[in-house]
Design a protein around this ligand. Structure first.
Ligand SMILES: NC(=O)c1ccc[n+]([C@@H]2O[C@H](COP(=O)([O-])OP(=O)(O)OC[C@H]3O[C@@H](n4cnc5c(N)ncnc54)[C@H](OP(=O)(O)O)[C@@H]3O)[C@@H](O)[C@H]2O)c1
Length: 281
């Protein structure tokens, strides 16, 4: 897909991977609707990205609000081409110590929210003449497990199955579905999760660059799953000799801190040009 002038919806755009995805998509010329509950953060992001980033205050666990917003925002003449189901919650705890509310937060955000938004957007995508793409952000913990991850893993294994079935269902409609399963990413996810970060986590902008690459693959190529992990999780960041990604050169500690703490500021997103054999779509 040629991303320029396409319309994207990114859930969980107020921080971390979602904010990095918004940066990357806007840099590629897309109009991005960024959904999250924290409007201040979304507005701050719009100040950096400009008018092609549209902040939408939305709790994706509110089925009615999601349905109303999709209906009033899109039409047969204005179809969303890209949906990134990124918003997520993670709490790690022993099964007999996990607060019931944390279980509901994870199920409602990671599974129900993705279902609400996808089920409302797919009817518009089906009417599109060019290919559309849904990216679901899963997790390495949707492929394997760790102690205390029973609840989170249940949602991420769930989104994996959701993606696989949806991919088979929507292939015939020219809609791609890809589940991206990252290992640990340096975002504020770890602040509330109850698990410890490590010193060499994946960077949100590197994953955003990878997702841009997946979106830009030729229109007849369907990648239905990607799993990625940090190399050398115990290595100290300072020991790295070169930027971790060949397509993105923004791995300064300043940028890392910005994505982790707040809405990223002054991020240099410098993707190298990607050769596209098929520019027709
Ligand atoms: N960090 C990791 O190590 C890691 C690893 C694998 C997978 N993941 C997955 O990656 C995705 C992004 O997480 P992240 O690491 O970037 O964490 P993050 O910085 O905490 O971002 C989570 C985003 O989800 C939004 N969100 C949460 N609940 C929401 C709701 N009910 N409605 C709307 N938005 C909601 C948050 O915004 P508001 O609070 O403003 O609503 C925030 O923008 C998640 O699906 C997570 O499970 C993360």
């Amino acid at each position: 897909m040629e991303i320029k002038e396409k319309t994207a919806v990114v859930t969980g755009a107020s921080s971390g991977l979602g904010a990095a995805l918004a940066h990357a998509l806007v840099a590629k010329g897309a109009t991005v609707y960024g959904l999250a509950r924290n409007l201040d953060k979304l507005n701050a992001l719009q100040k950096q990205l400009g008018k092609t980033f549209i902040p939408v205050k939305m709790d994706i666990t509110n089925q009615k609000a999601v349905a109303v917003w999709v209906k009033k925002t899109f039409s047969d003449a204005k179809i969303p081409n890209i949906l990134i189901n990124n918003a997520g919650a993670g709490y790690f705890n022993k099964i007999d110590e996990l607060p019931l509310q944390h279980w509901y937060d994870m199920i409602n955000t990671n599974l129900n929210g993705a279902f609400y938004i996808s089920s409302n957007i797919v009817p518009f995508m089906k009417k599109n003449h060019v290919s559309c793409h849904i990216i679901n952000i899963g997790s390495i913990l949707g492929k394997t497990t760790r102690p205390d991850s029973a609840a989170y893993s249940a949602t991420k294994y769930g989104i994996q199955g959701f993606s696989e079935a949806l991919s088979k269902e929507l292939r015939a409609y020219n809609i791609k579905v890809t589940c991206v399963n990252p290992g640990s990413i340096e975002t504020r996810f770890f602040e509330q999760s109850g698990i410890e970060p490590h010193s060499n986590m994946l960077q949100p902008i590197d994953i955003a660059a990878l997702i841009i690459h997946v979106l830009e693959t030729p229109c007849n190529m369907l990648i239905d799953e990607i799993t990625l992990r940090p190399l050398q999780p115990k290595m100290k960041w300072e020991e790295q000799r070169e930027p971790s990604s060949p397509v993105c050169y923004a791995n300064s500690s300043e940028v890392r801190k910005e994505f982790r703490d707040e809405v990223p500021i002054k991020v240099k997103f410098v993707p190298t040009p990607i050769k596209q054999k098929d520019k027709k779509h």
